[in-house]
Ligand binder design. Sequence first.
Ligand code: ZN
Ligand code: ZN
Length: 218
Amino acid sequence: MAHYPITHHLTDDLLMSYAAGTLPEAFALVAASHVSLCDECRARLGAYEALGGAVLDTEAEAMTDDALERGLAACLSRLDRPAPVQRPAMRQGPLPGPLADWIGGGLETVRWRPLGMGVRQAILPTSRRATARLLHIPAGVAVPDHGHRGTELTLVLQGAFRDETARFGPGDVEVAGQELDHQPVAEPGVDCICLAATDAPLRFNALLPRLLQPLFRI
Ligand code: ZN
Ligand code: ZN
């Protein structure tokens, strides 16, 4: 995968949980995929992992927030440059390495199911605490507007989409929570392919998607 300018990143909470190994598999898959493409998040993840090790070596309860902050700053400063990663995604089209490994191949191995309006999805096997799906949204097409009962992570693999908050291009990840209602629209030109993970059903505003929801596990 080419080196895209990534502007939307994982939150610190997500990176910390990922470092601690407490994310549901579906979220961990999005995190691993984004980290494999993003030098910045990889560096922060490295710092959290180092900090986690440092905390385990001391009396965790004895550490004040100040001490933790100092420890994190120290870990961050020790990482001068993130190690260059190999980008196995190169040979897998738009799929980042961890995702290609997870599905066991490239996009041609994906078995898509129609969601309506030309949108297709493929649910990936993960633990049931959260659901991961690939979404293929034709260029210019809008996903039904919806809110969220939990957290939704959307990583762009190809193309781009816009919603009420911003534009998301390849490598960008949108972190949507209960406060956000949005209608993602794929940009014209190239079909948009995303990896999305949710830990609760979406809240669709229109009746039809609401009726079809259980069928699509979305
Ligand atoms: Zn990032
Ligand atoms: Zn959403």
